[in-house]
Design a protein around this ligand. Structure first.
Ligand code: MG
Length: 320
């Protein structure tokens, strides 16, 4: 078994301005991570009885990341993981993805590393690369469109009164890493990993759906903001117990609740979910953090230390 990086060493770098050579180079570089490239469309089957789930996500230099904070490979993997996280939010099994890249001249030498990152995240999630496009342009932009299927996609709108709210994982790592980076300090390794190499919870989501979860959202804008989206979609008021939200060291619960790009999941379930079985299967916690209330205006009310607190808005990484 060779990594995309190993395979790259056996092939010639992309020729400038030669689209066909570039595609051949990518096919060689991606190896088994890609499937069926080269025709006008990707052709795929959706399993009988399942619904097709599609989402697209653009990742733009200067908006979603700074070049000096991440390696090209991490940038490619992170953009792909962010897109795949939306399949996780629906408990969809990935069928594959297509990627469109706008590549400025200053990025051409690193394009292969970006492509390796895309393949790394795609392979980790079991999503073959089915096609794509490249163009010259002024800002590096990776637009990843993911395709998946599920017998019963897990919508945001499914939460009902009395449901228990659970989160996967531990919150605040990306925010802790960004705080360090904007101050020119190296982040703690664990925080940097959460920021640079997020893991879409694709398999975890299907476990959760199988265990009875009936609404879900992935945390891209921050736990508070995304739980707010779930509450609005479901037309329910929810109570979030901030004391229960698992936080990385050095991050307080209110900050954890506004930390974006976590790519963890929030789910609502009518019956208790088995956190021990979940942790044994996936190596991350599953924590009950609140309830869907029986009445009140749709939205989130947060409690901390026995008192109501105001929730932060969705986090903007570059407003730190
Ligand atoms: Mg999402």
């Amino acid at each position: 078994v060779t990594s995309p990086r190993d395979r790259a060493e056996a092939h010639t770098a992309l020729g400038p301005g030669r689209e066909f050579d570039a595609i051949r180079g990518l096919i060689a570089r991606w190896g088994p991570a890609a499937r069926g490239l080269g025709d006008d469309c990707a052709v795929l089957d959706v399993p009988a009885g399942e619904r097709l789930c599609v989402s697209t996500d653009a990742c733009v230099e200067g908006v979603h990341f700074h070049r000096e904070w991440l390696t090209p490979r991490e940038i490619g993997a992170r953009a792909t993981a962010a897109a795949l996280s939306d399949l996780a939010a629906m408990a969809a099994r990935p069928l594959g993805l297509v990627v469109a890249a706008v590549v400025p001249p200053a990025w051409r030498a690193d394009f292969g590393e970006l492509a390796d990152g895309v393949a790394e995240a795609a392979t980790a999630a079991g999503a073959p690369i089915l096609g794509g496009d490249t163009s010259a342009g002024s800002e590096l932009t990776l637009t990843v469109t993911v395709l998946g299927s599920a017998p019963a996609p897990l919508a945001r709108a499914g939460a009902q009164r009395g449901d228990r709210l659970y989160v996967t994982g531990t919150f605040g790592g990306p925010l802790a890493a960004l705080r360090a980076l904007v101050h020119g300090v190296p982040p703690a390794a664990a925080d940097r990993a959460r920021f640079a190499s997020p893991a879409p919870r694709v398999r975890e989501a299907r476990w959760l759906a199988g265990a009875g979860a009936r609404a879900a959202v992935d945390v891209s804008d921050g736990l508070a903001a995304d739980l707010g989206h779930l509450a609005a979609a479901s037309g329910v008021r929810v109570r979030l117990e901030l004391d229960r939200v698992p936080c990385v060291p050095g991050i307080a619960p209110l900050d954890a609740a506004r930390s974006g790009e976590e790519y963890e999941l929030v789910v609502a379930a009518p019956t208790p979910l088995d956190g021990h079985a979940f942790a044994a299967a996936f190596g991350i916690p599953l924590t009950e953090v609140g309830r869907v209330l029986g009445e009140g205006a749709p939205g989130v009310e947060a409690w901390l230390g026995g008192a109501r607190v105001d929730l932060p808005r969705g986090h903007d990484h570059f407003s730190e």
